[in-house]
Design a protein around this ligand. Structure first.
Ligand code: B12
Ligand code: SF4
Length: 484
């Protein structure tokens, strides 16, 4: 079978953006995964990347040229409308192309999505086993009995053993172009690769995408599974041979849930000659509970941690089902600082039960923690989460369509009954703490409120900041030369 996988990027604003910046050149890990397993099963796979063409006309020409038998669409909630439009275009080009849709949003919303006539198959959950099986079936080499159908044309993806799936196919993309950018300028050097060592998250935060889906239809919510450390290190060795990378971004929801796994990883990462710096995401309570793990990771290259602190108010944290406390946040920040790790703090304002006092507590906490980088989102209700259900039941949502979900940056009002003017001021105060140059954070927010172009403003400021870092380095060298 000839298969084209479609990378939707950030939607139509992605046209022509590939290879222009870090954020517009990220390779889609899920598509690389599917490409690897489909190729292994003998199918021909290529890519249609919205970022690598300039218009719908060019996109349609590319589909014409690639003449795929099958097109694979990967759907997050924010992609729902654009991918429906794409499916209509694909079927107009050639109604014989089979369209298969997978991704996190299919697990959440397959009951609704199955009504879209252009979608030939929907696959929930993981795709590594089911996608190639489906391709074989379409080729006439396998029986329909091999699938667990949730409904006609809706197939439940078989869960995988992470150790048995092949390394992802990074060559689906012009990979060198993808990894040549610095993600956090001044902190990590390029090339930076991405890795995923686990699937799922065992926590049940009420605002977060995978937390409510039942384990039967499980995308990965509430279940956590790992690749073995050996499997991860072997893949890193393979990548190193081809793309001598300088840093790694781990995509795992919470890298430090399994203490024993992390201990073994630390030992084997070092023993295999890796000294590349890396970034992980984890939870404040896990950092607080296991400071020794953070110290061990720092010793082998952990340079930055993204923590979802979310709020400085215990009341709000409780209402989010976060199972962390304001004190966890403060203690975690101390541990991170002590280990000389860059603290990247995510906060969320505007949740349904938050009051002005809670907002003030969050601002105060940011001032106390003094994160190195801070990001503020406005709470956005996402289908498949408990707080989404709450906002729908109480008629609170102001989200008009999936197209409002491309970003959670503080650009739009998301739910009723919130004083967004107050939140905007609070966000300004939080971002003003965006060290090392607080003025950058403040300026970025000020310009954003005027232009509503938060991402563009942020990227410009990141660019200016990277220039500042390199000038600073040159200046230090110059001073040293003078002294020497
Ligand atoms: C890396 C990442 C990003 C990156 C890159 C995205 C990309 N294109 O790769 C960036 C930073 C750009 C990003 C952005 C956003 N992201 Co993001 N991101 C992730 C993250 C951390 C990893 C994704 C990943 O690679 N997973 C691993 C692969 C293997 O999984 P997968 O892609 O889902 O694919 C598997 C299955 O879904 C299935 N499958 C997928 N596609 C298909 C297609 C077919 C045909 C088939 C058969 C199967 C199939 O098979 C694959 C293998 O099993 C996830 C969290 C996570 N750990 O998964 C969040 C996540 C996907 N992101 C999320 C969100 C919300 C966003 C943002 C909206 C956030 C924001 N605040 O603005 C933006 C989206 C807009 C945009 N700017 O693109 C949510 C999505 C929730 C939802 N309901 O849609 C997630 C789940 C995080 C979360 N819990 O909230 N993100
Ligand atoms: S916010 Fe983090 S800890 Fe909570 S469910 Fe989502 S990924 Fe898991």
């Amino acid at each position: 079978m000839k298969v084209s996988l479609f990378d939707v990027g950030k939607g139509i604003r992605s046209f022509g953006t590939f290879s222009k910046s870090y954020w517009t050149s990220i390779p889609h890990y899920g598509l690389c995964t599917l490409s690897a397993v489909a190729k292994k099963a003998g199918h021909r796979v290529d890519l249609i990347d919205i970022r690598q063409v300039h218009s719908f006309i060019e996109l349609e020409e590319k589909i014409h040229k690639q003449t795929p038998d099958v097109i694979g669409l990967s759907m997050r909630t924010c992609d729902e409308l654009l991918l429906k439009d794409m499916a209509e275009r694909i079927k107009k080009i050639n109604s014989k192309i089979t369209i298969i849709v997978g991704g996190v949003h299919v697990s959440i919303a397959w009951r609704r999505l199955k009504e879209v006539s252009q979608y030939d198959y929907l696959v929930t959950g993981e795709g590594e086993i089911t996608f190639p099986k489906l391709l074989n079936y379409l080729e006439g080499n396998s029986s329909k009995d091999n699938f667990y159908l949730l409904a006609p044309k809706v197939i439940r993806g078989e869960p995988i053993d992470m150790d048995l799936s092949p390394p992802i196919d990074r060559e689906l993309y012009p990979y060198e172009e993808c990894i040549k950018f610095q993600n956090y300028p001044g902190i990590f050097e390029a090339p930076m690769i991405t890795m995923l060592t686990s699937r799922g998250c065992p926590y049940h935060c009420k605002f977060c995408a995978p937390s409510k889906i039942s384990s039967d239809e499980a995308f990965r919510g509430r279940k956590l599974k790992y690749a073995s450390v050996d499997r991860v290190v072997d893949e890193l060795i393979l990548i190193r041979q081809k793309y001598p990378f300088k840093s790694i971004k781990f995509y795992d929801y919470s890298f430090t849930v399994n203490k024993m796994w992390v201990e073994e990883f630390c030992e084997k990462y070092k023993a295999n000659g890796f000294d590349q710096k890396f970034i992980i995401q984890t939870r404040a309570d896990l950092v607080r509970k296991n400071p020794d793990i953070i110290e061990a990771l720092a010793k082998i290259g952990l340079k930055a941690i993204i923590v979802g602190y979310e709020s400085g108010s215990d009341k709000v944290l409780q209402s989010l089902g976060k199972q962390t406390s304001a004190e966890d946040n403060l203690e975690a920040a101390k541990i991170i600082k002590k280990n000389n790790i860059v603290n990247i703090a995510n906060y969320m304002l505007g949740t349904p039960f938050e009051e002005k006092e809670d907002v003030n507590l969050t601002v105060a906490q940011v001032r106390e923690i003094k994160p190195d980088i801070v990001s503020v989102s406005f709470f956005t209700p996402i289908e498949g989460t408990e707080l989404y259900d709450y906002t729908i039941e109480n008629d609170l949502s102001l989200v008009q369509s999936a197209n409002d979900l491309w970003t959670y940056s503080p650009e739009f009002e998301r739910i009723k009954g919130i004083d967004y003017k107050y939140l905007t001021k609070a966000a300004q105060k939080i971002l003003a703490n965006n060290s090392p140059i607080p003025l950058f954070g403040y300026l970025s927010f000020l310009i954003y409120t005027k232009t509503k172009k938060y991402v563009a403003v942020r990227e410009t400021l990141v660019y200016l900041y990277s220039k500042y870092i390199s000038l600073k380095k040159q200046f230090i060298k110059w001073l040293q030369a003078l002294e020497g």
